[in-house]
Design a binder for this molecule. Structure first.
Ligand SMILES: [Zn+2]
Ligand SMILES: [Zn+2]
Ligand SMILES: [Zn+2]
Length: 148
């Protein structure tokens, strides 16, 4: 992510009436630097500590919850008992990718195309239902595992 987007992020925090604290900035920084990774709170905490050594796990946890509620951070559950987080998107909090999860090695591939517009259109036309969001995960076998 570019620094322009990081500024946009800070602008968003300000708009929501939230203070830009060094600790919030550190959490954002870590998520920004690991775009495409899906980190647990513990993993985020380990990385944030190198930027803000005084930060506690509880603070990281609260910060993530807050950012998640504001849709600045996206949540991902892979059914392995962990909740993972990644930096959210700026266009109205609408996600811009989906996850392809390998059932053999657990690799998570990010699919940048959102191919569900057609389904949403069908919901609108056939059921007179306006879809505002969807949650989809694709499970399967990645190319490396299918080679074996
Ligand atoms: Zn992702
Ligand atoms: Zn695999
Ligand atoms: Zn989607």
């Amino acid at each position: 992510m570019s620094s322009i987007k990081c500024d946009a992020f800070k602008e968003l925090l300000k708009q929501k009436g939230l203070k830009i604290t060094a600790q919030r900035e550190s959490v954002l920084e870590v998520l920004k630097n690991h775009e495409g990774n899906h980190l647990t709170v513990e993993e985020i905490y380990e990385k944030v500590k190198t930027l803000s050594p005084e930060i506690g796990l509880a603070t990281v946890y609260r910060t993530i919850q807050l950012l998640s509620e504001l849709k600045l951070v996206d949540k991902l559950e892979l059914n392995d008992g962990f909740i993972r987080y990644e930096i959210g998107k700026f266009d109205g909090g609408k996600h811009n990718h989906h996850h392809l999860i390998c059932e053999i090695c657990g690799r998570v591939i990010e699919a940048e195309d959102d191919l569900l517009d057609l389904i949403e259109e069908t919901c609108r036309k056939k059921y007179d239902f306006k879809v505002t969001n969807h949650v989809v995960k694709f499970y399967g076998i990645c190319n490396k595992c299918s080679e074996k």
